[in-house]
Design a protein around this ligand. Sequence first.
Ligand SMILES: Nc1nc2c(ncn2[C@@H]2O[C@H](COP(=O)(O)OP(=O)(O)OP(=O)(O)O)[C@@H](O)[C@H]2O)c(=O)[nH]1
Ligand SMILES: [Mg+2]
Length: 238
Amino acid sequence: MNNTTTPKSNQMPVGSVQCENTSLNLLKANDFVAKAIRERLKDICVINICSSPGSGKTTLMQETGKLLGKKLHIAVLVGDPETERDAVRMREVGINALQIVTGGMCHIEAQMILQALDHINLENVDLLFIENVGNLVCPAAFDLGEDFRVTLLASTEGDDKPKKYPRMFLTSELMLVSKADLLPYVPFSVEAVSTDAREVNPNLEVISVSSLKGEGMETWCSWLMDKVEAKKAQKNRT
Ligand SMILES: Nc1nc2c(ncn2[C@@H]2O[C@H](COP(=O)(O)OP(=O)(O)OP(=O)(O)O)[C@@H](O)[C@H]2O)c(=O)[nH]1
Ligand SMILES: [Mg+2]
């Protein structure tokens, strides 16, 4: 029997089905929400922090808060599949933080940020960190309305990751080689990882940092200060 409702070009052999790529529609919807977030947070510098689980995102934000807390008003939205632990850690160092519990999801989506914005006071905030769920794959696809995406790659993870997980590095402005204090003890070449990452994304900046020992933290903080100042200058122009 002829299927009169389906165009001939889309007709499938009996027993097969053409699946629509629903992920693409989902990402289009996400981009739409991300645009709304960007508009709403146009006076705040927003940094989306990504990495594998345990690369040091929360520790980096804690130490950054200690170093810049007197100069900037910082707030944090932190995503994890479960628990409020990272938000509690941020509050312990005096940073206003709200946990986004993704309910098992492996990334934050823009609509989660939009919902969270109704529950956090961002008055006078200059810098908003979003700590994404630990994962080098899915978070890469979701724009959260951020100004900059920063990906941590810990020295303990191996220096082959940028080519294996290229989208994360392609869509980031900065790669932080974290846990730099462990470099003497692990087979990891900062030079090799930088070369690989820049083959994926020639514009990627690279800074090595140790949140625990302090190496590179000044460079990282001045990178952040530049971005916050640039955002303020942009606000004053408009
Ligand atoms: N040696 C060393 N260890 C670090 C450094 N930064 C973080 N760590 C340790 O790495 C572990 C994970 O750090 P977290 O900051 O919780 O990492 P995370 O990326 O926030 O982890 P998830 O939120 O679970 O993805 C902790 O035991 C930290 O103490 C560092 O600069 N050097
Ligand atoms: Mg964390």
